[in-house]
Design a protein around this ligand. Structure first.
Ligand code: NAD
Ligand code: ZN
Ligand code: ZN
Length: 394
């Protein structure tokens, strides 16, 4: 089959690789009909090179048609239409039965200290081949795939694999009080969907922040108040406080992650300065302009005292020191983590209707054959061509 494989930093290729097979009795093989490109793929494309192996198959946002089922699969039949969650979770362990599928104890990658295995995330998360491919082997066929109805286009359901539950969890974890305000940092696919869900759930004041003009415009067109980081980066805290009664936002979602200081200089500076005590580090960060580069620092600044920060962007270890004294003094509530995909599906599925309150039908800005994936990665990396969400058709 054809699949997108990793070969080096900014070097991904569509190769011919062996077809996946049923290996365990409860495996299914899915013929992928649509598969998304995610900001998380860019971390592998850009940053995690030393941790990867040539030939790793990328991608974790697939849906398609069940092609083959193992002898132990009773919940699915060939021909069923399914979306595959990005966490590889068993559905039956202690964590899964409590809705913490991202911490599945059956697939947890203990050696790395991380959570459940993930599709397409290489040996960092369990070395499970990914879904930017013609076919995908899916374990736990009785509990993991989400069955969706025939009829509507793939666009209606494909975001159940990641973007929708990730954004849903981010908004729920933000815990905005009635009538309150929410800032969303980053208006990529995840942040953009957070603003849609927040408005749908009745949060009156939603403020979106980014620096890509098309992304700001897209959020503005759906009624979100936007702030252009390029124009207001320096005084971001003051601008947000000006919009929120002087105190700051009740909650902030960080839908940026480590890409905010993805430059080698930014990362190196964080690593050096970050080990110093806050009182010394904070003014140095400010002087070096790093306080406005790091979305997490912006979140800590713009949230009100006693407010909540909900982190869905992915950060990488000690390169992201936290100003704990400031956070303690402001009594900030902090929540984060990979989305527990299956936990939120029952809440989200009813919204994937013909009324389309979240606008999923028109959410993708680009759709292209899998063969064009290397170009799409490059365009998405530089935030070019108005690209927000891309779906590949294998
Ligand atoms: P993306 O890279 O398209 O989005 C990031 C956005 O942040 C971009 O629009 C960028 O212009 C903007 N940005 C950069 N620096 C900023 C700053 N300082 N302030 C405000 N905005 C800034 O990717 P995405 O697909 O939307 O994913 C966003 C993050 O969410 C990534 O880190 C991704 O790995 C993570 N993610 C997490 C989960 C989860 O389960 N928690 C799931 C999916 C994605
Ligand atoms: Zn994703
Ligand atoms: Zn489990």
């Amino acid at each position: 089959m054809r699949a997108l494989t990793w070969h080096g930093k900014r070097d991904v290729r569509v190769d011919t690789v062996p077809d996946p097979r049923i290996e365990d009795p409860t495996d299914v093989v899915v013929r992928v009909t649509s598969t998304g490109l995610c900001g998380s793929d860019l971390h592998l494309y850009e940053l995690f090179g030393p941790l990867m192996d040539e030939g790793d198959i990328l991608g974790h946002e697939p849906m398609g048609i069940v092609e083959e089922v193992g002898p132990g699969v009773t919940a699915l039949r060939p021909g069923d239409r399914v979306v595959v969650p990005f966490n590889v979770s068993c559905g039956t362990c202690w964590m899964c039965s409590r809705g913490l599928q991202s911490q599945c104890e059956t697939t947890q990658v203990r050696s790395e200290g991380s959570g459940a295995a993930l599709f397409g995330y290489t040996k960092l998360y369990g070395q499970v081949p990914g879904g930017q491919a013609e076919y995908l082997r899916v374990p736990f066929g009785n509990t993991l795939p989400i069955t969706v109805p025939d009829g509507p286009p793939d666009d209606r359901f494909v975001y159940l694999s990641d973007v929708l539950p990730t954004a849903w969890q981010a908004v729920r974890y933000a815990d905005v009080p009635d009538g309150g305000s929410l800032v969303v940092l980053g208006l990529g696919p995840v942040g953009d969907m957070c603003t849609r869900i927040a408005r749908h759930l009745g949060i009156p004041d939603v403020i979106g922040i980014d620096l890509v003009p098309e992304r700001l415009e897209r959020a503005r067109a759906r009624g979100v108040t936007t702030i252009d980081l390029k124009a207001h980066g320096r005084e971001l805290g003051d601008v947000v406080r000006g919009l929120t009664g002087g105190r700051g936002a009740d909650a902030v979602i960080d839908a940026v992650g480590m890409e905010a200081h993805g430059s080698p200089v930014g990362r190196a500076a964080h690593e050096v300065i970050g080990w110093l005590p806050d009182v010394v580090a904070a003014p140095m960060m400010k002087a070096a302009g790093l306080d406005r580069l790091g979305a997490l620092y912006a979140a800590i600044d713009v949230v009100r005292r006693g407010g909540t920060i909900s982190i869905s962007g992915v950060y990488g270890g000690a390169a992201d020191p936290m100003p704990l004294l400031t956070m303690f003094d402001k009594q900030i509530q902090l929540r984060m983590g990979q989305a527990n995909v299956l936990r939120w599906v029952p809440d989200i599925l009813p919204l994937l209707s013909d009324d389309d309150p979240l606008g999923v039908d028109g959410f993708a800005t680009h759709r292209m054959p899998l063969e064009s994936a290397p170009d799409a990665y490059a365009t998405f990396q530089r935030k070019g061509d108005g690209m927000v969400k891309t779906l590949f058709t294998p």
